[in-house]
Design a protein around this ligand. Sequence first.
Ligand code: CAA
Length: 384
Amino acid sequence: MDFLLSEEHQMLQRMVRDFATNQIEPHAREIDASHQYPADIIAQLSELGLMGMMVPEEYGGADLGALAYAIAMEEVSKACASTGVIMSVNNSLVCAPIYSHGTEEQKEAYLPDLATGGKLGCFSLSEPGSGSDAAGMTTVALRDGDDFVINGTKNWITNGREADLAVLIALSAPQLKTRGISAFIVDTKSEGLTVGKSEEKLGICGSSTTTYTYEDVRVPAENILGEENHGFKVAMKALDGGRIGIAAQALGIGRAAFEKAVKYSTERHAFGGPISNFQALQFMVADMATKLDAARMLVWRAAWMKDQHQRCTKESAMAKVFASEAANYVVDRALQMHGGFGFSKEFDAERHYRDQRITEIYEGTSEIQRLVIGRETLKQFASL
Ligand code: CAA
């Protein structure tokens, strides 16, 4: 048992931390205020290998693994949560399923561009009528000769405005429910695919979130990802990895809020001394620090398991629900420690407060994480 990161992981952490502090964080407020996609920063992340971190080198990736990815996600998201989610979706929900389930031709065709910034990906699963109940989707992909014809509407698509390709999950044999769902790689410029307006959101404002409407979109059968009618599992496995990324994002947002609040508490004076002298604040600092450390251990454990090729459905759900709720506590207390200034746009506390909230919702709500943890735990007991 060793709680120290390896020399390689420490080097990566230092490299990403330096880059995030010097090249991302100075722009984070502007990215949030202008709702602008940080194209230059994403290009630099691609150059550093951070957009395809788990893709092997033979397909243009950095081949650094899930733990390295979690470490990098924490640092990038600490600097800018919008940048964090753009990076997370491309790595976990696009590159990872294409690498795990794609044919050799698909890997060669898509991964090098996705990993090096030539293309950006998005994940097209949720629908206006089915979010948590992913299998309740109504979008169909019905075979017609050598093509599948897609009809339906998908929403909450991170990177939807900028993405070049989507990993789409749709019903290919509707009567078979979860066993009649397939995954596809879809060119977002396909005829019949309409990108809706970007959602106006509470936080992560620099990332786009859109709707895709598919009207008779023809996708060649060779673009099916994994086996026909096995797409539900492609999506669920992608989300097992994605949830580690979002947990690390929550951790990064929480750490940003925490470090700034602690610094503020040593500088702000009241009743004759810094407010950090008061036990009321020290107790908050203690709880914030403890929750963040506990969250990091769960995130790193899930990532480590993924690197060992172990199934981590339960552990990634534990990491996500714990880290996102720990971050909720931390951003709330951090804002409180700033007093009135916490409520003002002059300080970053309010941005972290807004950015954190989605981490309890996307890639599976906290309620879905608890459902997954409960089911997996009961299954383990049943098999004893
Ligand atoms: N790995 C492998 N297989 C899995 C799996 C996993 N993690 N989870 C389920 N499966 C398999 C099951 O074993 C089962 O297989 P069989 O048919 O062989 O028995 C099959 O999939 C169906 O599973 P369930 O019966 O458990 O399915 P369910 O309908 O009860 O739902 C759920 C499961 C966990 C609730 C799922 O619907 C879920 O995760 N919902 C949340 C969806 C979600 O996270 N959405 C976020 C979308 S992405 C996003 O946020 C936008 C963005 O751009 C960031």
